[in-house]
Design a protein around this ligand. Structure first.
Ligand code: UT7
Length: 320
């Protein structure tokens, strides 16, 4: 039997606190104008001190279960893409499992930084296609504010917190669900975007360090490549794509990718203005918002693409 993995439902969660660019002007030497012009960001959400990545993941997962009318007992897998787990171990995934009363099954975290959600979607898709799992919660959740150096204006203005989730489900329908995924990494670039700490080095999680201009250059070319590859694999043209749901790092990167594909911005979901860069949470957050507001509709074709530390980059093409 060959299974397809269909996206059954989505959910997301954003912390209450909104941090506008004007607030950052008081913390570092920056301006609303610089941030907006260079990145497209107006504001981001910041989790409260006692709000953990798992709390956000649990809220997003609960929303996805509710929207899909899915009982916790029906879930047999949980994959959380995160760079900012509550603790070094155990995984955020087991906290989600416990909080939502999901029975004993497969649960783990996956680390591919901003590409994490697309990586997790691909791993879940392969579990389903192999017949090993039937219904998987795929979550992207991040508390990026916890690993920012709030004195470094080149990074602290860029990131935000939040979580998004989808439920991926085995189906015998053909031509629907995840049509293809492509995952890449190139460790030669590991030192252009990293944290300056970790369990086996400093014993602390460290803070984000980024050579922004170099990452930007790589992002534009890698994203275009991996998106072209997704189209070629499915013998599709960009015109046949209903929606592009890109990683939300910088509006200029998003626009450059859309332009390379000749895709009008009306077909691109943009949340970077309100969410900033939420790393692995950015795609499922944007996707859920577009699903809830009815912009993305059942039956449509959606292309996800991401790029982040590693460097890692990835795409997934889905028919809803
Ligand atoms: O999600 C993972 C992947 N990450 C990304 O995709 C991020 C990719 N990179 C970027 O989005 C952009 O490179 C940034 C938004 C990070 C920076 O934009 P940029 O146009 O590449 O600026 P830049 O780094 O070349 O800096 C230009 C100037 C510099 O001043 P000088 O050297 O020209 O005098 C910076 O010091 O802007 C200065 N600058 C700032 N000024 C005001 C850097 N950060 C700030 C700031 N406010 N926050």
């Amino acid at each position: 039997m060959t299974f397809s993995s269909i996206i059954r439902s989505t959910g997301s969660y954003l912390p209450q606190r909104v941090m506008k660019n004007a607030e950052l002007e008081k913390i570092v030497e920056t301006s609303d104008e610089w941030i907006f012009e260079r990145t497209g960001i107006r504001e981001r959400r910041i989790a409260s001190e006692d709000e953990k990545t798992s709390d956000m993941a649990i809220n997003a997962a609960r929303a996805a279960l509710e929207r899909g009318g899915i009982k916790p007992q029906e879930i047999d897998g949980i994959i959380v893409a995160t760079t900012t787990p509550d603790r070094t171990f155990p995984s955020v995934a087991v906290s989600v499992q416990k909080a939502l009363d999901i029975p004993v099954g497969t649960a783990f975290d996956l680390q591919a930084v901003c590409s994490g959600f697309v990586y997790a979607l691909s791993v879940a898709d392969n579990f389903i296609k192999a017949g090993q799992l039937k219904r998987i919660l795929v979550i992207g959740a991040e508390k990026m504010s916890a690993i920012l150096d709030w004195t470094d204006r080149t990074t602290c203005v860029l990131f935000g917190d939040g979580a998004g989730a989808v439920v991926l489900e085995a189906s015998l329908e053909k031509g629907r669900g995840i049509l293809s995924t492509h995952l890449y990494a190139d460790g030669r670039y590991k030192d252009i975007l990293y944290t300056d700490g970790g369990p086996s080095t400093t014993g602390k999680s460290g803070h984000i360090v980024m050579l922004g201009r170099e990452v930007f250059r790589q992002a534009v070319s890698r994203m275009a490549e991996v998106v072209e590859e997704a189209l070629a694999e499915n013998s599709m043209t960009a015109a046949e794509i209903d929606w592009l749901v890109p990683h939300q790092a910088n509006i200029r990167i998003i626009e450059a990718t859309a332009k390379k594909l000749n895709l009008p911005m009306e077909k691109v979901i943009v949340t970077v203005d309100r969410h900033g860069n939420t790393s692995a949470a950015s795609i499922p957050l944007a996707f859920d918002e577009a699903m809830r507001t009815g912009r993305i509709k059942p039956g449509q074709t959606v292309l996800f693409e991401a790029m982040g530390g590693g460097l890692t980059w990835a795409s997934a093409l889905a028919r809803l």
